[in-house]
Design a protein around this ligand. Structure first.
Ligand code: SAH
Length: 257
């Protein structure tokens, strides 16, 4: 690097919550950084050294967090912005890229990298079998960044197209009722027997995985730490007697006719 103060910013995915599910690349990026930006719960997962600084911010302050991190990197710092799961999935990588696009020219000189992580739907799917084995989509049910009417349109389109769906941000204190509406929308387009997987805190000690038919799915089965996977008409269950059923999307139930 030249004598100028070009810094480095790494957006790191910490995985769903368990250190074993953090990649070696993410561990190395954390070791190399000096300044850490992120939601307090995510920063708490790291055992930082005394010389590494924490800049905790609230979950909703994504843009100002990205800007503050970029400013330190522009001044020559080695900065890490952390997200749970993967940083490109409903998380900080997009906020950092948008901030660079809107920000001063000097931010474009920052050495930016994004370190992927195991996203929530993969951690939940792995616990349940293979529900994402074929075509699927991921939808955030939060209407912070898009109107609820668009979310409903996407639910209908995904159900009609036969996608398995993974829902992120299913509920929050500010949005207690929308998940029930989402299930009602789906019940109008999918059979009552379609399996719905509620995966809460996957990879953490308080993990809970629950599978119910769409007819029984209810919004009080989810909280902010839950990722929900809704099967398609083809998704099947393997009954394991008194153990959790395995859910999977069959390789091909459509024979050429
Ligand atoms: N970047 C994260 C997602 C952030 S959005 C990722 O890739 O996983 C936050 C939402 O992610 C939560 O509302 C929840 O739906 C989901 N989530 C995050 N961690 C989870 C976990 N350990 N188990 C289940 N869902 C999780």
């Amino acid at each position: 690097m030249s004598g100028c103060s070009q810094g480095r910013l790494t957006v790191v995915g910490l995985g769903p919550g368990n250190v074993d599910q953090m990649t070696p690349e993410a561990v190395a990026a954390v070791e190399a950084a000096q300044d850490f930006f992120g939601y307090g719960h995510y920063l708490d997962r790291l055992s930082l050294r005394a010389d590494q600084r924490r800049h905790v911010s609230d979950n909703r302050e994504e843009m100002s967090r990205a800007e503050a991190a970029l400013q330190i990197a522009a001044n020559g710092g080695t900065v890490c912005v952390v997200s749970g799961g993967d940083p490109g999935v409903f998380a900080m990588a997009a906020a950092v890229c948008e901030a660079i696009e809107a920000g001063p020219d000097e931010w474009r000189k920052i050495d930016l990298s994004v370190v992927p992580g195991v996203t929530a739907m993969l951690a939940v799917a792995a616990k349940a079998g293979a529900p994402l084995g074929h075509d699927f989509c991921a939808i955030s049910l939060s209407d912070n960044l898009k109107p609820w009417s668009l979310i409903e349109r996407r639910l209908v389109a995904a159900a009609q197209a036969g996608f398995v769906m993974a829902f992120y941000n299913p509920v929050s204190k500010a949005r207690p009722h929308q998940l029930a509406t989402a299930f009602d929308v789906l019940r109008a387009h999918l059979p009552a027997s379609v399996p719905v997987i509620f995966g809460r805190a996957a990879g953490r000690p308080d993990e809970r995985i629950r599978v119910v038919p769409l007819s029984e799915a209810s919004s009080d089965m989810a909280d902010m730490a839950t990722c929900i996977i809704v099967g398609s008409t083809e998704t099947r269950l393997i009954d394991r007697q008194d153990r959790q059923p395995l859910v999977y999307s069959p390789r091909s139930s459509k024979r050429e006719s």
